[in-house]
Write a protein of this length. Structure first.
Length: 308
């Protein structure tokens, strides 16, 4: 699946990327419809007060300055109004936090592990795991001859990965995020996800993406010399296509019986396996008693018991 320009990737525009998850849409709406207008209104009001005070109370207009030290009405207003503003901000903020940290039951669990400098993805319920590395440019002198190079169908430079994290559309996905060396950060802006990955700790976040497509992110915590080369490429596909992808990786859907291993591969036929039954059957076919000892073994036993 090829990326959609302007969706799930940087496009040079100002502001927040178009959101494709319920939490992202709620957070972007809170930012665009409440916080930004409120900040603009407060800034304009304060600037107007400053300009009015500079003009109204300049020395030329007030040769004899006022001696008032306080005004009860004004003091009550500038105390209550900020409190009311903070309450107005707190209500949607707390609602957003509650929705973020009380996710619905997960349909899929993915364990994300950060390394220096690549990602590992595990689907514990599906028996699938793989590593994901950044795709290098065709003319990159560090690219080996057997390494695939990036094309426009893979995504933008520094964001395309050789293995994408594949998710089913319309399903709740729980991410368990950790690291095995230093602190990383699993961040996908279009999902409103930025979760630190700490060694020895497990952190959780979640997403539900209804729109199939390709979305990009990257490690957002300084993690070493190649910190800028840890892209995250997520491909969201219809559930049927996700099931086919899991099967192509040798996995199985949650609740389904895993494919039985090959019995011949589990019990290889070797020369020792064949020789052992043949050796055990040989004495019976020759008529020799089972507890009979070879002649050389009897002679050895007699020599060992003979007194000097």
């Amino acid at each position: 699946m090829a990326p959609t320009p302007g969706i799930g990737e940087p496009n040079g525009a100002k502001g927040i990327q178009p959101q494709v998850t319920p939490i992202g849409e709620e957070a972007a709406g809170f930012h665009d419809n409440i916080l930004l207008p409120l900040c603009a209104a407060i800034s304009i009001f304060v600037l107007a007060l400053l300009l009015w005070a500079m003009i109204r109370y300049r020395r030329g207009a007030n040769p004899t300055p006022s001696r008032n030290s306080h005004n009860t009405t004004i003091e009550v207003i500038w105390t209550l109004v900020p409190v009311l503003i903070l309450v107005a901000i707190a209500i949607p903020s707390i609602r957003l936090l509650r929705h973020t940290y009380t996710p619905p039951p997960a349909d899929l669990t993915v364990k994300v592990t950060g390394h220096q400098w690549y990602w590992s993805y595990d689907y514990p319920d599906n028996g699938v795991s793989f590593d994901s590395y950044m795709l290098k440019e065709k003319n990159d002198p560090t690219r080996q001859a057997n390494q695939r190079y990036r094309t426009d169908a893979d995504g933008p430079p520094l964001l395309a990965a050789d293995e994408r994290l594949v998710l089913p559309a319309g399903k709740v996905v729980k991410f368990i995020v950790t690291a095995d060396d230093v602190i990383h950060s699993f961040a996908v802006p279009a999902f409103w996800i930025k979760q630190d990955a700490n060694p020895g700790q497990l952190h959780e976040t979640w997403a539900k993406v209804d729109r199939p497509g390709v979305y990009f992110g990257q490690c957002s915590e300084l993690c070493g010399a190649r910190h800028g080369f840890m892209p995250i490429a997520v491909e969201v596909v219809p559930p049927a296509q996700f099931a086919a992808w899991v099967a192509s990786k040798g996995g199985h859907m949650a609740g389904a019986t895993p494919p039985a291993p090959d019995s011949t591969a589990a019990s290889p036929v070797s020369a020792s396996n064949v020789a052992a039954p043949a050796a055990a059957a040989a004495p019976a076919s020759s008529g020799t008693p089972a507890n009979a000892q070879p002649t050389n073994a009897v002679a050895t036993n007699q020599a060992a018991t003979k007194q000097p």
